[in-house]
Design a protein around this ligand. Structure first.
Ligand code: LRH
Ligand code: MN
Length: 427
């Protein structure tokens, strides 16, 4: 349904206007000494992993509103990710959550993903829920639990997730812990942290040599007084204690209001411990909203730090880019298409920053011109650049428009109710 011919036909509808836009932007940017063709090629190198857990309707404790044609298994989730990659050219990998997406046959899953042109990014462990038949509960924590038996059970789960990941070809594990407390006095802050550190050290020692371990901080929820890995400082202390293979994952929604997240990113880069991201957006808490939908300037400022660092550090600087969202109201595929495009746009704007002029203004404390050097890039309409990048990658000028125009969700709604539904051989 969403083959290259359908995409080409849909692109045709606005290709002439797109060519005008690109031509105009080319002239504008040439005046700023910027080579559009080079920027478009850089944009084409950007890729982000799609979370397997965001392809069905999310929900809150107040309710979940299932949508039509939701994926019924990991194979259908892969098909949905393949649609996102086909339309954007920038979503070639999936991030699985175990046991939510525990594959019956990991090898078969790898083959199916390969057939769809997909790979697997970091795997995520889950010691924040009790599974049916689980011996010991994680109610009072997991890797930081006071009971060595519970800690050992949680370590064993992470070993299992790494094993699954190895079969899938993943090269990293993300460990987010709900461990914490709801009331003052409930836990010993230093002992609980030291227990988590010791447990992570055991996991890290058994990590395949070419793997990375990401620690993910979060200020609260489900714990509402203290969380063991509460902030970037706690996460950094762990990553530094765990050694070379450990680094910090920044989930944009895991920061208290008014936190300067772009500076947190810069600090972790300085420490050589920026492992990766869970991109999303938020107004208040860990809202897991569509990336770039609430604070697009913050997203740009984060990519400004990333581009600045990659100019300095080159190939060695390779943070893992992943999305982590929950879609309570939007069509999950449409929201993820919006997110990938928002990330491409933020990256494109950051590529337009005149870094030589910015450094001069910063070194000479020319506040206005330093700020204008950033806003000049941010206020540039880069949409024709990212559209051109998608076009050159065989994708859509406007991914959401194609998804809507071909009525893909209606197709899924019809196909994913029929009991005889058989996954299509090729898209
Ligand atoms: C915790 C979190 C973590 C995942 C979960 C789905 O809030 O961000 O990254 O394990 O969401
Ligand atoms: Mn996350």
């Amino acid at each position: 349904m969403i083959g290259s011919e359908r995409i080409r036909q849909n692109n045709e509808l606005t290709l002439a206007a797109h060519r005008d836009d690109i031509g105009h932007l080319e002239a504008q940017l040439a005046l700023r000494g910027i080579d559009v063709a080079h920027v478009v090629e850089q944009i084409r190198t950007f890729a982000v992993a799609i979370p397997s857990w965001a392809l069905g309707a999310g929900g809150t404790r107040f309710g979940r509103f299932p949508g039509p044609g939701e994926p019924r298994d990991i194979y259908e989730k892969l098909e949905d990710v393949a649609v996102i990659h086909r339309l954007t050219g920038a979503a070639p990998r999936v991030s699985l959550h175990i046991p939510w997406d525990e594959p019956d046959d990991a090898q078969a899953l790898v083959e199916r993903a390969g057939a769809l042109g997909l790979g697997f990014d970091a795997v995520n462990s889950n010691t924040f829920q009790d599974q049916p038949g689980q011996a010991l509960s994680y109610k009072f924590g997991s890797l930081g639990h006071t009971d060595a038996g519970v800690r050992e059970q949680a370590i064993a789960h992470n070993r299992h997730v790494i094993d699954v990941g190895r079969t899938l070809g993943s090269k990293a594990i993300t460990i987010w812990l709900a461990d914490g407390s709801n009331y003052p006095g409930q836990v010993h802050f230093r002992r609980s942290f030291e227990r988590v550190r010791a447990s992570l050290r055991t996991i890290c020692e058994e990590l395949p040599h070419d793997w990375r371990l990401f620690t993910e901080h979060k200020p609260y929820e489900p714990a509402f007084y203290s969380t063991v890995v509460q902030d970037w400082g706690s996460s950094l202390m762990l990553a530094q204690a765990l050694g070379e293979q450990a680094s910090c994952l920044v989930d944009l929604g895991h920061h208290l209001p008014n936190t300067n997240v772009e500076m947190v990113v810069a600090r972790l880069i300085t420490a050589g411990k920026l492992g990766g991201f869970h991109f999303n957006d938020a107004k208040y808490g860990d809202d897991d909203l569509t990336t770039g939908s609430i604070r697009p300037y913050q997203l740009f400022l984060i990519f400004n730090e990333l581009v600045d660092a990659s100019c300095e550090l080159g190939e060695t600087f390779r943070p893992a880019y992943m999305i982590d969202q929950s879609h309570n109201l939007k069509d999950p595929i449409e929201a993820l298409l919006q997110s990938v495009v928002a990330l491409q746009n933020a990256y494109a704007r950051a590529l337009l920053v005149d870094r030589v002029r910015l450094a001069e203004c910063q070194e000479t404390n020319d506040v206005i011109m330093a700020e204008r050097t950033l806003t000049e890039a941010y206020e540039t309409d880069v949409r024709p650049l990212t559209a051109e990048a998608r076009l050159r990658s065989g994708g859509a000028l406007d991914p959401v428009r194609v998804f809507r125009d071909v009525g893909y969700r209606d197709h899924l709604a019809e196909a994913r109710t029929a009991s005889t539904y058989a996954p299509p051989q090729s898209l």
